[in-house]
Design a protein. Structure first.
Lengths: 197, 389
């Protein structure tokens, strides 16, 4: 099996066996396939890119071509044990509404995103005076799909406003896990497990 | 050991099927059981013309029903008896293809109301000894499916591994899943819709009016006389435009003239596209019955899978265990992607296992009949995943 990206590996590890899962922005279905094979999950996916959808369906996965911004409304409340949004939040037009749907559809939701307050990005911005181009955010200002950058602290305050409970959180520097202390400054990626209160 | 037992059984089954007159090419049978039509009529007896390819396996779990489109027929992968052309979906069905007689028992049935051997307006009404003509009951897509279920009972097939169809075939596949959820494990719906739109109905009405305006139509009682070929040809021409995309027509014909250097300042087929459409119309009348065209277009126009469910499409699939795979094409304006997406939303709301992708093609609605490697890759993966469950 191809090894999973580190944020996906955390999600794959934490998901309970036999769960019903909706992976929003599932790409070609790598995480879904891993959850199906290792956790006996009943996994469904949504992905914008037609080629990725075709690859996922050819893998035998149930994936629909769709857009997180427009195609989540029809899923009933609590119809999945987990709704997953990995590295997709920052590309949506209305991340707030997407998150509302996520915690509505899933009894719990996993959300992972690159932390825009990580020190390298701060330095690039402060001293370079330019939009940061880093390993985890390799795009330039004009061609980036990331239209709503978010920091760990932004995300936390949003959850508080929306009464969304944090049931788990994991932070990464590169592929290495790191603790919660000063995560907003040092973590490159964050993974949150959420539940609507 | 177990493997050898299974293969032995499979071999026995294949041997039995070779000697089973119900299976094979160009089959016809008359079944007494009535089909309860949506119109209230109990239609019996029912004639069926169908073909099967490949053998049923020991536990009869490998049957795939292929549903044809408006003017299609049971000759999916064998030569058409009238035109001599090869089967209409040999790109999808055949050795080494996603639907493979080496792996599947493939069944294709001429739909109720059609004209290639199954009961339709050209069939003889046993009550009068004359063709039904307009005395044939008006049918629906669901009626076609109920009739197919009758034939599957006769073939001893309780459960289908999959029901597969494009265009009107996709409507039947959807109806199969809605009417007989326990008999369909997987459904593949390509370039199709869950309802006919006002525009769809409008185009069909143009076709029907062209047929009925032909004096030879004679209220449908033309059997034994000259058929309303001119009207049917115009109907086909109008419909054919809806099967192609504007870009496809432009690429194929543009404004190029047909076998001439200048416009004729007359009403001959000056343009290549005119000549092409006239040919499409003329060749169609050799193989299709005008009354069947009326009945089947009517059935498609009546099709709205949500209607019996208070207009809520998701209710048609409530609690379904069937897996669904939908494919649309970006240049198809007859049944555009939005229609497939509507079905997908309903399936999601019903909690069904659904896959959907819009593929890119310049060929419009007809794309599903043409070379589409991505479509084949998706259908192949989808079917194999169902087989490994």
């Amino acid at each position: 099996m191809t090894s999973l990206r580190s944020d996906l590996a955390i999600i794959a590890r934490e998901v309970l066996p036999h769960a019903r899962i909706l992976d929003v922005g599932c790409g070609d279905g790598l995480l879904m396939a891993a959850l199906r094979d290792t956790k006996d999950a009943d996994a469904r996916g949504m992905e914008l890119d037609a080629r990725d959808v075709a690859t996922a369906v050819a893998r035998g996965l149930s994936v629909v071509q769709g857009d997180a911004d427009t195609d989540l409304a029809d899923y009933p409340d609590g119809s999945f044990d987990y709704a997953i949004l990995s590295q997709t939040l920052q590309t949506t037009k209305r991340p707030d509404l997407v998150l509302d749907h996520l915690v509505r559809i899933g009894r719990q939701a996993f959300v992972s995103f690159p932390n825009f307050a990580q020190w390298r990005i701060r330095l690039a911005h402060m001293f370079g005076g330019r939009m940061p181009v880093t390993e985890q955010l390799p795009h330039r200002w004009y061609d980036t799909p990331n239209i709503h950058h978010v920091t760990i602290d932004d995300f936390r305050s949003f959850l508080e406003e929306r009464n969304i409970k944090i049931e788990g959180q994991w932070f990464l520097s590169g592929d290495k896990p790191r603790n919660e202390r000063l995560a907003n400054l040092f973590a490159e990626h964050a993974v949150f497990l959420l539940r609507r209160d | 050991m177990r493997v050898s037992v299974v293969s032995h059984e499979t071999a026995d089954m294949a041997f039995l099927m070779q000697n089973d007159a119900r299976f094979g090419l160009d089959k016809k049978t008359l079944l007494l059981g009535a089909v309860q039509l949506d119109s209230g009529v109990a239609f019996a007896p029912v004639e069926f013309a169908y073909e099967t390819y490949g053998a049923l396996n020991a536990d009869k779990s490998n049957a795939i029903l292929i549903c044809h489109a408006l003017t299609g027929d049971q000759y999916v992968a064998s030569n058409h008896p009238v035109t001599g052309k090869s089967g209409w979906w040999t790109r999808m069905v055949g050795p080494g293809k996603p639907i493979d007689p080496a792996r599947h028992c493939i069944i294709s049935i001429n739909v109720l109301g059609s004209c290639m051997g199954s009961s339709g307006p050209a069939s003889i009404d046993s009550g009068t000894g004359a063709p039904f003509a307009m005395g044939f009951p008006v049918i629906t897509i669901a009626d076609m499916v109920r009739a197919q279920a009758l034939l599957l009972d006769y073939l001893g097939i309780e459960t289908l591994e999959a029901v597969v169809g494009g265009s009107m075939g996709g409507m039947q596949a959807l109806s199969w899943a809605a009417l007989y959820p326990d008999r369909v494990r997987s459904a593949v719906i390509i370039a199709s819709t869950a309802r006919h739109s006002a525009q769809n109905i409008a185009f069909h009405e143009v076709g029907r009016q062209a047929i009925m305006a032909d004096p030879r139509w004679s209220n449908g009682a033309y059997y034994g006389h000259e058929a309303p070929a001119a009207g049917l040809a115009v109907a086909r021409m109008a419909a054919h435009i809806t099967y192609l995309s504007e870009a496809g027509l432009t690429e194929k014909f543009g404004r190029r003239l047909q076998n001439r250097d200048a416009k004729s300042f007359g009403f001959d087929a000056d343009f290549q596209v005119e000549s092409y459409l006239r040919y499409q119309g003329l060749s169609f009348v050799d193989r299709f019955d005008a009354n069947s065209y009326l009945y089947i277009t009517r059935a498609m126009d009546y099709f709205d899978l949500a209607e019996p469910h208070d207009g809520v499409l998701a209710k048609a699939f409530a609690g379904t265990k069937t897996r669904f795979c939908l494919i649309s094409f970006d240049s198809d304006w007859l049944y555009p992607t939005a229609e497939s997406r509507r079905i997908v939303h309903a399936l999601n709301a019903a909690g069904a296992a659904a896959s959907f992708v819009e593929l890119s093609s310049p060929f419009g609605h007809d794309a599903f009949l043409l070379d589409a490697p991505e479509m084949n890759r998706i259908v192949d993966g989808f079917l194999r995943a169902g087989e490994s469950r």
